[in-house]
Design a protein around this ligand. Structure first.
Ligand SMILES: [Zn+2]
Length: 217
C-alpha cells in the first residue's frame, strides 16, 4: 500500500474524463489530455501514457509555473499550453486537448467552423475560431489560443487539433464531445452543398435559451 496521493476525488474525476474521451472516439492511444485546476495547483495527464494503462494516481500535480508538486511521471508535453491558459483566463477550471477527427480536419484546412446547426448555436454560440500555427511544447499554443478565444472556450489549433477551456471538467468534456459532433455535421453539410450559417440574432437567441432554460437547472 502506497501513500494516498493528494486530490483523490479530482484524480478520479480526471480519470473518468479521460476514459470518456476514449469512449467517444476523440483520442487514440496516448493522444489528448485533460487537466483540472484546484486553487494554485493543476492536475494533468502524464506524458505518453496510453489510456489503457492510465491510473488515477498517474496524474501529475504541478503549480501554475509548471513546478512538479506531486508525481513521479513527467507531465504532458502540452502542460505549458494548459498553464498559460489557466494563468490568463480566470474562469478556466478545466482544459481538454484532443485531435478529434472532424474538428482537426477543419483545423488542417485552416477554416473556422461556421454556425450551421442549432446544436452548434446552443452549446457554443459562435463560430469555432482557429489559431495561427504554433509549435507544440512551449507557450506558443497558449498565446495563439488566447488571441482568438471567445465565449465558447473552444478553439481549433491550426494543423493540429482542438483546445477546449471549461468552467469545470464536465463543461470542458461536454464541449469537446459536442465540438466533434458539430464539426462532423458541418463537414458533411459543406461537402454535400453550400449551407448558409444561422443568422447572428438567432445564434444569440438559441445560445441564451440553452444557457438559461435547457436541462435540469
Ligand atoms: Zn496535440
Amino acid at each position: 500500500m502506497g501513500v494516498t496521493p493528494v486530490y483523490e476525488r479530482e484524480r478520479q474525476e480526471l480519470y473518468e474524463a479521460h476514459l470518456a474521451l476514449e469512449k467517444y472516439g476523440l483520442v487514440a492511444y496516448t493522444s489528448g489530455n485533460v487537466s483540472v485546476r484546484i486553487g494554485e495547483h493543476i492536475l494533468i495527464k502524464p506524458s505518453g501514457v496510453p489510456y489503457s494503462s492510465l491510473k488515477p494516481e498517474d496524474f501529475v500535480v504541478v503549480d501554475l509555473e509548471g513546478r512538479i508538486i506531486e508525481g513521479t511521471k513527467k507531465p504532458s508535453i502540452d502542460t505549458a499550453t494548459h498553464l498559460y491558459l489557466y494563468r490568463h483566463v480566470d474562469w478556466a477550471k478545466s482544459i481538454i486537448h484532443t485531435h478529434s477527427t472532424f474538428a482537426t480536419v477543419w483545423a488542417i484546412l485552416g477554416r473556422s467552423i461556421p454556425v450551421l446547426c442549432t446544436a452548434h448555436a446552443d452549446v457554443f454560440g459562435e463560430e469555432i475560431p482557429i489559431t495561427e500555427y504554433a509549435p507544440v511544447g512551449s507557450e506558443a499554443i497558449g498565446k495563439a489560443v488566447l488571441k482568438v478565444l471567445g465565449r465558447s472556450g473552444t478553439v481549433l489549433l491550426r494543423k493540429h487539433g482542438v483546445m477546449v477551456v471549461g468552467t469545470s471538467v464536465d463543461d470542458a468534456l461536454k464541449k469537446a464531445i459536442f465540438l466533434e459532433e458539430v464539426a462532423r455535421i458541418a463537414y458533411f453539410a459543406t461537402l454535400a452543398g453550400r449551407p448558409t450559417p444561422l443568422p447572428e440574432d438567432e445564434v444569440e437567441r438559441l445560445y441564451s435559451q440553452y444557457h438559461t432554460k435547457y436541462g435540469q437547472g
